[in-house]
Design a binder for this molecule. Sequence first.
Ligand code: HEC
Length: 424
Amino acid sequence: MGRLALILSLMLCAAPAAAQDFATLKGHGGPIMGIAVSPSGQVATGSFDNSVGLWTGTTPHWLEGHAAAVTALAWGPEGMLVSGGDDFAVRVWGDAPRVLGKHQGKVAALAVSPDGATVASGSWDGSVMLWPLDGADGTALPAPGAGVNALAWDGPETLYAATMAGALLRYDLGTGEAPVALVQHGFGINRLALGPGWIAYGAVDGGTRVLDLQTGAEIADLTLDRRPILALSYNTPTHQLAVGDGEGYIMIVDTENWQITRDFRATRQGPVWALAFSPDGKVIHAGGLDDVAYSWPVEALDVFEPGITGERSFLRAAETMPNGERQFMRKCSICHALTPGPSRKAGPTLHGVFGRRAGTVPGYSYSDTLDGSDITWNAATIDALFDQGPDHYIPGSKMPMQVIAGGSDRADLIDYLKQATKGE
Ligand code: HEC
């Protein structure tokens, strides 16, 4: 039994000492795209459900204001939090929450300058903006040449930017000149992390490399066979670099010798989109397609053994699930809960759906199509719903079009739902 499995079984036996170590931050109604931890250890999460979660232990406090998914987060001095999202807006929270400004595309990167005076934002619209926090207007930096995915400050005058075209750029803000390209990677660069004297980047093709900031020389190539790289986080006190990828793994690297120390599967399904260490480096917070964030004690994670990959954590991979459950997890769970009561998901709970009249979950605001509909949900009607697709079966509904072409996939899904939606 791996140490993680051991931790889980301790948790299930309700051993309080072990249970404190691992936490699940539950409450968001969609995938978690961003996580940032303040110097005092406050965790913030940004989600597909348009909200920012601020966590005290495992209790969330919601910051609402974005009109679309929240994809970027950064902490500034004295508990100042900034967020950016698919609504193109850069927001600052705190005593006087406000919109700092707007891009013309998704805001994918945010970074607060080390002196706390300026927020830098990078967008898929191909611009980098600087927003002074004293209220002055934002200014655009010379164009980076492509959509921006990541930003990192190195002192108050140097800003690094990574682009969808694969460039790693350095802006010297003192000169106001066009940025210098340190790398042309060939594939989009998604993430940056800055350490003492080096910068690490993670790319769409899985490339995970580290450059010396003085010489520009490559000092480490941490690329494994996983792609894309979607998250990076560095912890100064413990010299650890964490790398999250599209296959749901987190790899931890000791940057004193550039050895991979730990490697484990960290999501139930899908990628790791967001990573952030606790200030002491003992916990790594991770988010992805599951609408919970996991807080993993680093010590408990699987030690890296070259050549060994596969299922090593307690979370089951999609491949090991029965087909019906896998269908639900992949195609429905983003929007539907299975438990009674209100959820923060986009769709109504499917708890008790068999035998239920359509459009009748109390408190859920249905489209006119389902409100007052005379459909009763059962194996035949749910089968028809995904055989024909919601756009044909219940035209005008808020459920996105999707068809499940395989009759046996629909049958397995329905069998799974019959079990999983039963009333207590
Ligand atoms: C992207 C979000 C989304 C996904 C994915 C999704 N749904 Fe829905 N679903 C909704 C929404 C929103 C509604 C409410 C529709 C309305 O009011 O018109 C809904 C309604 C329903 C209803 C009717 C519920 C009721 O109370 O009348 C059923 C049944 C249902 N979905 C099943 C599924 C199943 C099974 C899947 C996976 C195969 C799925 N949905 C995938 C968003 C989604």
